[in-house]
Design a protein around this ligand. Sequence first.
Ligand SMILES: Cc1cc2nc3c(=O)[nH]c(=O)nc-3n(C[C@H](O)[C@H](O)[C@H](O)COP(=O)(O)OP(=O)(O)OC[C@H]3O[C@@H](n4cnc5c(N)ncnc54)[C@H](O)[C@@H]3O)c2cc1C
Length: 294
Amino acid sequence: MTHLGEETIMKRVPSVFEIGKNFANVDITKEPIPVIPTIHYMMGGIPTNIHGQVTVPDLGAGTDEEGLYAEGKIVKGLYAIGECACVSVHGANRLGTNSLLDLVVFGRAAGKHIVDGYHQNDHNYKPLSPQVLDATMGRLNKLQQSTEGYNAQDVADEIRALMQKHASVFRTQALMDEGVDKLLALGEKVDNILLADKSQVFNTARIEAFEVANLYEVAKATMLSAANRHECRGAHTVLDYDRPEDDNVAPNGRNDHDWMKHTIWYSDGNKIIYKPVRKVPLTVDYIEPKVRVY
Ligand SMILES: Cc1cc2nc3c(=O)[nH]c(=O)nc-3n(C[C@H](O)[C@H](O)[C@H](O)COP(=O)(O)OP(=O)(O)OC[C@H]3O[C@@H](n4cnc5c(N)ncnc54)[C@H](O)[C@@H]3O)c2cc1C
């Protein structure tokens, strides 16, 4: 922006000057604005059916001949919608209407399903185990009793920097593999956060400390799933797998034959399995995916 000169900047784009000052602490009349890639849309999420009901694969039922697990069981009473959910309509692309579809279509569908279930007196839920709070209270107490450990924001910054380097816009297999090792090694720090401020009222430091563990789970899901996917697909651009647009097997590196499938990552043991992409629409004909050309 510096080439515009201070007078033009202050007259034409004063809000950009303010944003530069408030968010990046730079004077845009004199200095460049730092640019850091960030997340526009988190692709993937908690698996759901079209009613927003969360589903889990039935591991005991085994896989089909392609090694994929079927949709599985509904977790009755648990719904996910919006960016945190994966209804299996987007693949790996964040097109213009991702959120519109997620929120307006599936949000509405989930709401209707919840209300319909309520009116049908369908309240037969699995009883909660008496130990249901143990894990949550365990997390809370561990932080509350911590006398030494790592600063939450330092650990969060390490996770962010690692993800920006190893799971960024343009990836290589080596960079992702290295990222997996480094991320798993960070687990020790995430498990040993020091909560210096133990106050009980409106303690945002405690929330931030909790958030580090959540950030770490999402980072692991992203990094491990990415390193395991040996192709290019949408935002997952891996330079090693790039191919010409007219490649017979994997045009532009997208290998539908081997990789048209959803990754499911388990926090427990960092296990990865795959399930099929829902391809057949309910009321209209199926449209074969095409090669993306510009
Ligand atoms: C810069 C940018 C541009 C975008 N542009 C587009 C676009 O052009 N088109 C498009 O379709 N999408 C776009 N998106 C994506 C879109 O904005 C999001 O996908 C959508 O807003 C997600 O909605 P949501 O309700 O699922 O989640 P959110 O809007 O993130 O809502 C989640 C809510 O939960 C609250 N919350 C979090 N934790 C807790 C807790 N523990 N307890 C209680 N509440 C909690 C949060 O405060 C928040 O209010 C853009 C995103 C960004 C960041």
